[in-house]
Design a protein around this ligand. Structure first.
Ligand code: MG
Length: 353
């Protein structure tokens, strides 16, 4: 009875483990074949553009920007390494279209302060011309919550108010994932926005229910995956500097490779039994090869748990969940030896019993 219960419990655990694997870990652990991430040289200082960023404004030119109103030159004011919204000239937008991205932007509210509520230091980072991260002087200025600085306007107040005083430079670091559509134009995935305001998390993967608008909802209508980035003219001389974006690749939703190794070659019980035993390395470490309900297991590096092995060829195994290899060599007149390669360790063991 005890034995049956043990088998049932072990089987249940194995099913749970395999389920989690299929959803979250398409590669075996430490798999040496897994592609390495590309290198990106970070900016020289915190907040400066990494090597793979598209620089939209570096303080020297408005060349990357156009007037939203007529597509002509942006008519905002350039001075001393920043640009300033020129009230009445209208919004400006990037000449290039942008989609999913990491966006860095720095801004400062006007001094001396003037106006109140939505009338004080109002501008906005309107991604794709549709999704506004509000800019407002919210340092000592009360307004409705979904309209203060770092709100996703009309939808999500910021988690906290991380505003600096007017005149001081502030930063938004935004991770933007635009909507996706089905073939017939229905919404397949809503816009999701994460924002850090002066390094403080204020929007945590907030899911928008449409565009941002004033006094009314703006339901989703299918649009391109890239559109210009807009900065709002709300009649307040807000300053901007150091604007850059890193286009983001599509998020991978499906595993590219099974999480478990495949048992390529079934061995008989007698063949498996022939490998069972204790093996010693030159450094004195002992590892053990044991029989399990599914085949062989290896207990290694002084760990008490047993790592399941699967057969890849005669005398050769890999780990079920982890990248690496186990190879049995010799035997017969000489002691059976075991070569293990896993997680940057390559070690040879000789059977001692
Ligand atoms: Mg605004």
């Amino acid at each position: 009875m005890h034995g049956i219960r043990t088998v049932l419990v072990a089987t249940g655990l194995a099913i749970v483990a395999r389920g989690a694997w299929a959803q979250g870990t398409p590669w075996r652990q430490h798999d040496p074949a897994r592609p390495r991430p590309a290198s990106v040289a970070p900016g020289a200082t915190l907040g400066s553009a990494p090597a793979d960023a598209v620089v939209l404004f570096d303080g020297s030119s408005l060349g990357a920007w156009r007037a939203t109103r007529d597509g002509g030159p942006a008519r905002w004011v350039m001075r001393d390494g920043f640009m300033e919204a020129a009230p009445g000239t209208g919004a400006i937008q990037t000449a290039d279209s942008l989609g999913d991205m990491q966006l860095h932007i720095e801004w400062a509210a006007p001094t001396p302060t003037a106006g109140r509520g939505q009338g004080r230091g109002n501008s906005g980072v309107i991604i794709m011309g549709k999704y506004e991260v509000q800019i407002l002087d919210s340092y000592d200025n009360t307004t409705y919550a979904d309209g203060q600085a770092a709100a996703l306007y009309g939808q999500y107040p910021p988690l906290v108010n991380a505003s600096r005083a007017p005149g001081e430079w502030q930063s938004y670091d935004i991770i933007f994932r635009g909507p996706r559509w089905t073939a017939n134009g229905a919404l397949a995935r809503p816009t999701a926005v994460t924002v850090f305001h002066n390094g403080v998390l204020v929007q945590d993967h907030a899911s928008l229910w449409g565009g941002t608008d004033w006094l009314r909802p703006a339901p989703y209508v299918a649009h391109p995956t890239r559109l210009p980035l807009v900065l709002q003219d709300h009649s307040n001389p807000v300053k901007f500097r150091n604007i850059w974006a890193r286009p983001l690749p599509e998020q991978s939703a499906t595993p590219t490779r099974p999480g478990e190794a495949v048992n390529a070659k079934a061995l008989t019980a007698a063949q498996l039994d022939a490998f069972v035993g204790s093996y010693r390395a030159d450094n004195g470490e002992i590892c053990r090869v044991v029989r399990t309900s599914r085949g062989l297991g290896l207990s290694i590096f002084a760990r008490k748990d047993t790592m399941p092995l699967v057969t890849t060829a005669d005398g050769q195994f890999t780990f079920r969940h982890t990248g690496g290899s186990v190879r049995f060599v010799g035997g017969g007149a000489t002691a059976l030896q075991l070569e293990v390669a896993i997680a940057e360790v390559e070690r040879r063991y000789v059977r001692v019993r």
